[in-house]
Design a protein. Structure first.
Length: 478
């Protein structure tokens, strides 16, 4: 779900020293670029939507790629809970000096209708400097890049300092068979790792083609849906009554709209704002400085919170996203329902937020339930929560500190908190710190993931291929 992971600040934190090597070491590797292109095209043209597609078909196609590259059958696993939602896991063995690193990427894509697109969303089209197709930026591009990187390493006979495990999985975008969750619960031995690199996030943020910052999602918010329901006996519309289900629900939603969850920073977001305060000017610089005080200047917090990105970075947010009610134009409503979508700061559980919504609504006639991924409504929310982030991992950021200034001189490396959610919620919860890292560049004004005519720049993709090999090798050489 990549679009939720982009930071929009113009100049951001430089938390690690940058240097420009005297000699360029990241060079294009044409064979790997061609391989990544071919895998990319193959994956785009396999429909992996939840409605009619098959993640299994994509997993089996990738398993054949790994077999053809020389991976033994014992290191390739295609498995899952049902025939359409099988995942593929492959392992490149290392020296065993360190515990493994796990690479994750989802194979499923969101729905796309041909009539909405300029091109066929399930055909890989290259035109005017872009690759078009559903999944070109979220995230079959990343799947192709990681797969081609692992195949190149295998063919070169590279022996990393730790096993490198790649899991390409189902149902990140929806559905009831999330592959990362299923693998951790059912086959932890196949994916157990010291830390995780997730290609579904991060990357080079650009403005009209000019690179601004390398973002690394070092933590993320927790996704949660809640159902608010008001019910009463209803009746004839000619005899209105005070206990109208629609009015009761509307009043509850208004109270949620007027509520601001408490201001909160964690180690990642605080570090982010510390540097931002040094580079900003004028009122924003003053407000950032005030917000970072102990105790914080709440007037400054309130002014910053008017910006949607700042607001989401500093607070848990809950917003109504769907609404329904009534059954006839000439009848009083017997039921009114609304879905409230919350993005929850690390350290807080889904049940904690459900209870908070009950308190905000403050009306026993409006029921607040947690909605599971399978749409089951529960009176008690899940205890799942996004964990308070660990400090940035040295292996990851030392590698970025070396590679990024060579490929994109002068831009900072910025650990960020994703205001959305990814499969990292499962790996972090399993005790495997997760970092979203990509070398692809996207323009801040041209993010099309989940939308019409999804695309990624041709050169952006190929540079992402070059970057990932150099980055992963740097992470796993020592």
């Amino acid at each position: 779900m990549r679009p939720k992971k982009l930071c929009w600040f113009p100049i951001c934190c430089l938390l690690f020293s940058l240097h420009v090597p005297a000699e360029m070491t990241v060079k294009p590797h044409e064979a790997t670029r061609r391989l990544a292109h071919d895998i990319f095209q193959q994956l785009i043209e396999i429909n992996t939507t939840d409605s009619v597609g098959s993640v299994t078909a994509a997993s089996e196609a990738m398993a054949r790629r790994f077999r053809d590259a020389g991976f033994p059958e014992s290191d390739i696993h295609v498995l899952g809970p049902n025939d359409r939602k099988k995942n593929v896991v492959v392992r490149l063995h290392g020296s065993g000096k360190h515990k493994p690193v796990l690479l994750i990427g989802h194979l499923d894509v969101v729905e796309a209708r041909r009539e909405d697109w300029t091109t066929d969303p399930f055909k890989f089209v290259e035109q005017e400097g872009y690759f078009y197709g559903r999944g070109t930026s979220d995230m079959k591009d990343g799947d192709a890049i990681m797969s081609a990187t692992l195949i190149r390493m295998k063919k070169e006979g590279y022996v990393p300092s730790r096993d490198i495990i790649l899991a390409l999985t189902a149902d990140e975008e929806g559905g009831v068979s999330n592959g990362v969750d299923w693998l951790i619960k059912n086959h932890r031995e196949l994916v157990d790792a010291e830390f995780v690199l997730n290609h579904d996030g991060g990357g080079i943020l650009a403005d009209h083609g000019k690179p601004l910052v390398m973002e690394v999602d070092a933590t993320e918010k927790l996704y949660g849906d809640f159902m608010l329901t008001a019910r009463n006996p209803g009746g004839h519309s000619s005899l209105p009554r005070l206990d109208n289900a629609i009015y009761e629900l509307a009043a509850a939603l208004t109270r949620i709209a007027d509520y601001q969850f408490p201001f909160e920073l964690n180690s990642i977001t605080r570090a982010y704002y510390v540097r931002a305060a040094r580079t900003e000017k004028g009122e924003r610089a003053a407000d950032l400085a005030g917000m970072l005080k102990s105790p914080p200047d709440m007037d400054a917090v309130n002014r910053l919170s008017k910006d949607p990105i700042d607001n989401s970075t500093m607070h848990t947010t809950c917003v109504a996203t769907r609404l329904s009610g009534g059954h006839a134009n000439n009848a009083l409503p017997q039921t009114a329902e609304a879905n409230v979508n919350c993005r929850i700061l690390p350290g807080h559980s889904l049940e904690e937020i459900r209870l908070a919504l009950e308190k905000i609504v403050a009306d026993p006639k409006v029921k607040v339930q947690f909605r599971e991924n399978n749409n089951e409504l529960m009176d008690h929310g899940s205890d799942r929560h996004s964990y308070v982030p660990a400090p940035p991992r040295k292996e990851v950021f030392d590698a970025l500190d070396k590679i990024v200034p060579e490929m994109w001189p002068g831009i900072p490396v910025l650990p960020t908190m994703s205001t959305g959610a990814s499969d990292g919620v499962y790996t972090n919860a399993a005790g495997m710190p997760t970092y979203a890292v990509s070398g692809e560049q996207e323009d801040r004004d041209d993010v099309r993931a989940h939308g019409k005519d999804e695309r990624i720049g041709v050169e952006s993709f190929y540079r992402g291929v070059d970057f990932y090999y150099a980055f992963l090798k740097e992470v796993t050489e020592r």
